[in-house]
Design a protein around this ligand. Structure first.
Ligand code: HEM
Length: 547
């Protein structure tokens, strides 16, 4: 190509670059001016704001206080503890990575965001779809706008009530027995294994029936849906929600595309299978599995002539919802199980007390607990100390936080009474920081299940709105009752049989690395893999309890 021919190309490239730069600097200017306006109003703003970098340099500084792989939310907690314990709210400028955040540690402000202010309580943050795209494949119940979300939430609510959860207990016990067998094998071998990895396959099986009305058998072999979802989460970029540049990775693009295609095909076949069964007997609507609820809502039972095949657009929609449920249904639960075992292993007095509770409800012979729970599932609701252990675990290690998109004209009030506007702002409830804030909790870093058993007026009695692992308000976790039942049944079937011991020392010797190894003294700190999981997937050994 000679120079005359190349000139128009160069000119076009120069114009494109100039336009991009122009666009970038206009957006930059707008974001920084918004911060300047907020500053003039006297609202709490994180320190060391910089015109070019916003607060990214501050985050970098905070990151140096953490192990390299620690969850990003710890940085928000660090800034809160340094400067904002009084206000419980502060603004953080993360543009161009994510925009402007209002980081909330105050339970009172969080109640306004998710419960009382109806203009924002159901408005999911604009950045969420970017996070959920690889997982669900597109818009889903979690990130849908309010108008679309409302009718579908009502449909799915039918499958998430206490009466129904008890009917699921026998199926849970069946999967738990497979999990117990896996743990027994590890106990026999005495090997070090990754509790989180093992437990993820178990929670996949646990949720399979509730979502797809079929068994996945992920604990005993390969299952396309389970394995592709687990792989998708492993490939998920930790900072996908806050870092637009993080998606530049060709291998990740390929894996996300390939996993997504396989999951879609699997779910599509399941939808066809269930639809054929539904067509053959549409009077049988006893199943409250997510897949059946969605089919029944799309083609009501009394439809005279049911279409031969499912409409492709509906199918694509249904697949996205099912992918979301498969993800949400196993990921956070697995992490919580690991932390329950971890905290019990570090607190022998709590372990003795939970075991005593199980002895008193199910009898001292641990070999009969599965049959007892299968024939009398209501006993799973009769375990107050076990419930307290789970709640305290979720306080210390919440697997998720939550966010809402601010709105023009909507302002919030911080703990000092300052009015904080939400226009163009993501309201981010930092559950991990709030759950450990000394201002809202007595002895916040201590594992004290008792705080869930004391009466109002006791110094340990939790402050209203300060515990929100499932978030509160209309867009709270649809499955919190299910999770509590699953965890109670699981602990009832396991804690009297096994003793867990973490192997972080041994693991660290085998995998030496530079920098900090703990966060605030905790080696089992949380890392981000979609939900928050225990660091290094919790290397541990398990043994059979000496009785
Ligand atoms: C320990 C386990 C779990 C925790 C800590 C947890 C936490 C949460 C949180 C914090 C939210 C609200 C997020 C927000 O406000 O932005 C949420 C929503 C949701 N969760 Fe869970 N979750 C758990 C287990 C489950 C399970 C087992 C399922 C499904 C079977 C599930 C399905 C969902 C769905 C569908 C939503 C979206 C609800 C909506 O917007 O209407 N979660 N979860």
């Amino acid at each position: 190509m000679d120079t005359i021919q190349a000139r128009p190309l160069l000119t076009s490239a120069a114009v494109a670059i100039a336009s991009l730069l122009g666009y970038f600097f206009t957006r930059l200017y707008k974001a920084r001016m918004l911060m300047a306006d907020l500053k003039k109003m006297g609202v709490p703003i994180a320190p060391r704001h910089n015109f070019l970098f916003g607060h990214l340099l501050l985050l970098k500084e905070m990151q140096e206080r953490l192990p390299a792989d620690a969850h990003y939310q710890y940085m928000f907690g660090e800034i809160y503890r340094d400067s904002f314990e009084k206000t419980g709210v502060y603004y953080l400028d993360l543009w161009p990575m994510a925009g402007i955040f209002m980081v909330i540690h105050s339970p009172t402000t969080a109640i306004s965001v998710t419960q009382t202010n109806t203009l924002i309580s159901m408005r999911k943050a604009d950045l969420l779809p970017r996070f959920f795209k690889p997982i669900a494949g597109g818009p889903n119940l979690f990130d849908m706008p309010e108008s679309e979300w409302k009718p579908w939430r009502a449909v799915f609510n039918k499958g998430f009530n206490n009466e129904h959860f008890l009917k699921l207990v026998p199926g849970m016990v069946k999967e738990i027995n497979v999990y117990r067998e896996t743990l027994r094998n590890h106990a026999k071998k005495g090997d070090m294994f990754y509790l989180d990895t093992t437990t993820l396959r178990f929670t996949m099986d646990l949720i399979g029936k509730t979502i797809l009305n079929s068994e996945l058998h992920a604990q005993t072999g390969y299952n396309t849906l389970a394995d592709c979802m687990i792989s998708q989460i492993r490939w998920h970029e930790p900072s996908a929600a806050v870092n637009p540049f993080s998606s530049i990775n060709v291998a990740r693009w390929y894996m996300e595309w390939s996993n997504g295609r396989k999951m879609d095909r699997y779910i599509s076949d399941e939808l066809d299978r269930r639809y054929n069964e539904y067509k053959a007997d549409s009077n049988d609507t006893r199943s409250k599995a997510v897949i059946d609820l969605i089919l029944q809502a799309h083609i009501p039972q009394d439809t005279k002539v049911k279409p031969e095949k499912l409409d492709p657009d509906f199918k694509a929609f249904a697949i996205r919802q099912i992918r979301l449920f498969v993800f949400a249904g196993h990921d956070s639960t697995s992490s919580t199980i690991c932390y329950c075992f971890h905290l019990l292993s570090k607190h022998p007095e709590a372990l003795a007390r939970i075991r005593a509770e199980h002895d008193s409800i199910f009898g001292p012979d641990i070999s009969t607990v599965s049959e007892t729970l299968t024939s009398k599932p209501h006993l799973a609701n009769d375990l107050p100390y076990t419930t307290a252990i789970i709640k305290e675990t979720l306080r210390l290690y919440p697997p998720a936080s939550s966010s809402r998109q601010g709105f023009k004209g909507v302002s919030l009030v911080d703990d000092e009474g300052t009015i904080c506007p939400t226009d163009h702002v993501v309201c981010f409830m930092d559950h991990s920081g709030m759950h450990r804030a000394p201002k809202y909790w007595v002895r916040p870093d201590d594992f004290l299940p008792e705080r869930w058993l004391v009466e109002p007026g006791h110094e340990l009695y939790p402050m209203k709105g300060a515990w929100r692992p499932f978030e509160n308000g209309p867009r709270n976790c649809i499955a919190q009752g299910l999770v509590m039942t699953e965890l109670r049944v699981l602990l009832a079937c396991t804690v009297r049989e096994f003793d867990f011991r973490d192997c972080y020392d041994e693991w660290d010797r085998a995998h030496p690395r530079k920098g900090l190894q703990t966060y605030r003294g905790d080696r089992a700190y949380q890392i981000e893999e979609a939900a928050a999981h225990p660091s290094a997937h919790y290397p541990c050994r398990v043994s059979l309890r000496a009785q």
